[in-house]
Design a protein around this ligand. Structure first.
Ligand code: HMG
Ligand code: MG
Length: 312
C-alpha cells in the first residue's frame, strides 16, 4: 500500500483573499462542499482577520454559519477538518463562537521569517505577533482546537530578499516553545512553512528542511506558491525528506495581498490538481478523487471569473 500524504486545500482562504472581486458567501460554501466531496483532508475555509485589511473574506461568519447548519463537518472520519485563519485574540474570539464538538474548528495563526513582511501583513513585529498568539493559543488547545502555525517568507521576502534557513529555524523555535513540543508530537499542532512568493528551488527546500530532524518533519506542512513553475520539484524534494503534508489551492488560485502590488500581484498557490499528480507520480497516495477535484477546479474558475467580471 502506498504511503498516504495529507492534502489541505486553502483556496477558500488563500485563493480568494487576493481576488479583485468579492465572491458571494453562498458560492464560497459551494466550493467548500465540492472540495469536501473531492476528499481533501482539510479545507482552510476562511479568515477571521480584519475586514478592513481583507474585505474579500469579510463574510467569514456567514460562511461558517452556513457550513455549521449543514451538519456535515462533524468529527466523523470522512469529514475534512475545517480551519480558519486567526491573527489575534479578536479573531480567536470569533472562531471560538463556532467551535464545538459537533463542529470542531482548527485555527491557523501566522507570522513570518521576515520582519518587513510580517509588519506589512499583520502590523506587528515577529516577536509581537508571537506574543499575540500567547494570549489565546493555550486556550484554543484546551478547548480541543488543533493549531496550525504558519511561518511565511521561508525562502525569500518580497521586501528583504533572501531569507536564511537559520532565520526560519529561530522563528520555529519560538513557536515550538510557545505551544509546547508535546503538542506537535500528539498531532495537535503543526508548523506550516510558506514560500509566500514562490521563490524556492528543490535545493532551497533541502537546505531549509535540513534544519529539522526526522521527528520534527512529521509535524511540518509545506505551503508553496508556484511563480516559476518549480513548486512540483519542491514537493518532490520535500517528500524525499519525509514531509507528508502539503497545501494546495484548487485551480491554483491565491496569493497574499501584502506580498504583491497592483502591477505585480502575489503569485498563486500550487494547484491542488498538480500537487496530487506530483504526489502520485512519486509513488504516494492521497485521499483525493481527481475527477471530483477537477469539477471543483472548474467551479472555482467560473466563480472567480464571475466575481472579476462584476468588479465588485
Ligand atoms: P491593526 O490595524 O493593527 O489592528 O491590524 P487593530 O487591533 O489596531 O484593529 C484595527 C481594527 O480592526 C479595529 O476596528 C479592530 O476591531 C479590527 P475599528 O475599531 O477600527 O473598527 N480588528 C478585527 N476585526 C475582525 N477580526 C479581527 C480583528 N482584529 C482587529 N481579527 C491585524 C492588525 C492583524 C488585525 C491586521 O493586520 C490583519 O487583519 N491582517 C491580516 C492580513 C492577512 O489576512 N493576510 C493574508 C493572510 S497571511 C498569508 O496569506 C500567508 C499564508 O498563505 C502563508 C504563505 O503563503 O506564506 C498564510
Ligand atoms: Mg499563501
Amino acid at each position: 500500500m502506498p504511503e498516504l500524504v495529507r492534502i489541505t486545500d486553502v483556496s477558500p482562504r488563500d485563493g480568494l483573499q487576493n481576488e479583485s472581486g468579492v465572491v458571494p458567501a453562498a458560492e464560497k460554501v459551494r466550493l467548500i462542499e465540492m472540495l469536501a466531496h473531492a476528499g481533501v483532508d482539510e479545507i482552510e475555509a476562511t479568515s477571521f482577520v480584519s475586514p478592513k485589511w481583507v474585505p474579500q473574506l469579510g463574510d467569514a461568519g456567514e460562511v461558517l454559519e452556513a457550513l455549521r447548519a449543514q451538519g456535515k463537518f462533524g468529527p466523523e472520519e470522512q469529514a475534512p477538518a475545517l480551519s480558519v485563519l486567526v491573527p489575534n485574540e479578536k479573531g480567536f474570539e470569533r472562531a471560538k463562537q463556532f467551535h464545538s464538538p459537533a463542529f470542531p474548528l482548527k485555527i491557523a495563526v501566522f507570522t513570518a521569517a521576515s520582519e518587513t513582511f510580517n509588519k506589512k501583513n499583520t502590523n506587528a513585529s515577529i516577536a509581537e505577533s508571537i506574543e499575540r498568539f500567547r494570549a489565546f493559543v493555550p486556550e484554543a488547545i484546551e478547548l480541543g482546537m488543533d493549531v496550525r502555525l504558519y511561518v511565511s517568507t521561508v525562502i525569500a521576502c518580497p521586501y528583504e530578499g533572501r531569507i536564511t534557513p537559520e532565520q526560519v529555524r529561530r522563528v520555529c523555535d519560538q513557536l515550538i516553545e510557545l505551544v509546547g513540543r508535546e503538542h506537535f508530537e500528539d498531532d495537535v499542532a503543526e508548523l506550516d512553512l510558506g514560500d509566500t512568493i514562490g521563490a524556492a528551488t528543490a535545493d532551497d527546500m533541502r537546505d531549509l528542511l535540513a534544519m529539522f530532524d526526522d521527528e520534527e518533519r512529521e509535524s511540518i506542512v509545506i505551503h508553496l506558491h508556484d511563480t516559476f513553475g518549480r513548486a512540483a520539484d519542491c514537493v518532490n524534494a520535500s517528500l524525499d525528506l519525509g514531509i507528508r503534508s502539503f497545501d494546495g489551492s484548487v485551480a491554483g488560485l491565491g496569493g497574499c495581498p501584502f506580498a504583491g502590488t497592483k502591477e505585480k500581484p502575489a503569485p498563486g498557490n500550487i494547484s491542488t490538481e498538480l500537487l496530487v499528480r506530483t504526489i502520485r507520480s512519486a509513488g504516494f497516495e492521497t485521499n483525493v478523487n481527481v475527477d471530483a477535484l477537477a469539477d471543483a477546479a472548474t467551479f472555482a474558475r467560473e466563480m472567480v471569473g464571475r466575481a472579476r467580471a462584476a468588479g465588485v
